[in-house]
Design a protein around this ligand. Structure first.
Ligand code: ADP
Ligand code: MG
Length: 291
């Protein structure tokens, strides 16, 4: 495209809250064949709420108190949901002696000298926790599209927690429009396979990459690019930055983290997947004008 066409295209984008950083991005967007959407914060609101708690051989209050005390140390949105849920119930928090975040797995901490683990199945399996008393609840929560977590205290399973994060209002419509443009739509997430499948079904995504570790997201994009396919990635988190950089077109949600915004070629100021469709249309129009 000519520099003038690019300027006009970027200008129109900016008017609509779509910041296109390079001429190359504007020229590539209409060629996108596969689009990878991060789940949490991109397809969904990214504001999980604590909605279920199943206590095992302990009082509910005790389980919630241990969980919230430890999660208070974590910055993960899941952690914030658990802390807020506990605060709303007036739960008294306890002293936490040490805390470690285990990326893509959960957390480990100590309360009164006892080890606390909160996280997914992988974390519990690695630590040798017997899950038999909670696995059924865990699967039930996941099938409902909730994100379930186990909690173990002193190597003993004491509960299952579930947080829920709803899809944004326009996600389903935007995904349908992308599919109508002939684009393959893929959801990527660190979340549980069943949870991811349930959300995917709700918004009309057919292909799901779940239980992907933060450091592996870029590699999944690379795999989708094999054979020269043009792949776009849409994300909001620090986790997503390498994948945004790897993609042919990296698209960051403007309310996301600075790192994601820096790594992207296109930034959407409105928190809305419909603007991805708009950016592609803008690219098409720009190229058409100069041909
Ligand atoms: P994403 O941001 O894509 O959902 P993450 O890699 O951050 O994925 O997390 C993957 C999974 O690890 C979560 O779905 C959850 O099961 C577990 N996890 C991560 N952080 C925490 C935490 N602070 N407390 C409990 N579980 C966690
Ligand atoms: Mg995210």
């Amino acid at each position: 495209a000519t520099p003038t066409a690019i300027m006009v295209g970027s200008g129109k984008g900016a008017e609509n809250g779509i910041l296109i950083k390079t001429g190359e991005a504007l020229e590539t967007a209409h060629k996108i064949q596969t689009i990878v959407l991060d789940k949490t914060g991109t397809i969904t609101e990214g504001k999980p709420r604590l909605i279920d708690l199943f206590a095992i051989d302990e009082e509910e209050n005790f389980v919630l108190s241990i969980a919230a005390s430890c999660e208070k140390m974590s910055e993960h949105p899941i952690a914030q949901a658990i802390v807020k849920g506990a605060e709303e119930k007036g739960t008294v928090l306890q002293n936490v002696e040490s805390f470690t975040a285990i990326a893509g797995h959960g957390i480990k901490a100590f309360v009164e000298g006892k080890e606390v683990l909160i996280g997914n199945k992988k974390l519990m399996e690695e630590k040798g926790i017997d899950l038999s008393k909670g696995i059924q609840k865990f699967e039930e929560y996941a099938e409902g599209g909730k994100t379930p977590m186990f909690i173990a205290f002193d190597k003993r399973l004491i509960g299952v927690l579930a947080v829920a994060d709803s899809p944004k209002k326009s996600s389903k419509e935007a995904i349908k429009m992308l599919k109508d443009l002939g684009i393959e739509v893929v959801m990527i997430t660190g979340d549980n396979k069943k949870t991811a499948m349930a959300i995917a079904k709700e918004v009309g995504v057919d292909k799901v990459l779940a239980e992907v570790l933060p450091q592996d997201k870029a590699n999944e994009v690379k795999k989708l690019q094999e054979g020269g396919r043009i792949v776009a990635m849409v994300g909001d988190g620090i986790n997503d930055a390498p994948a945004l950089a790897q993609a042919d077109v990296g698209i960051a949600i403007g309310s996301g983290t600075d790192v994601a915004i820096e790594s992207a070629d296109i930034v959407l100021m409105r928190d809305d997947l419909l603007d991805v469709v708009k950016a592609i249309r803008l690219s098409k129009a720009t190229i058409r004008n100069i041909k």
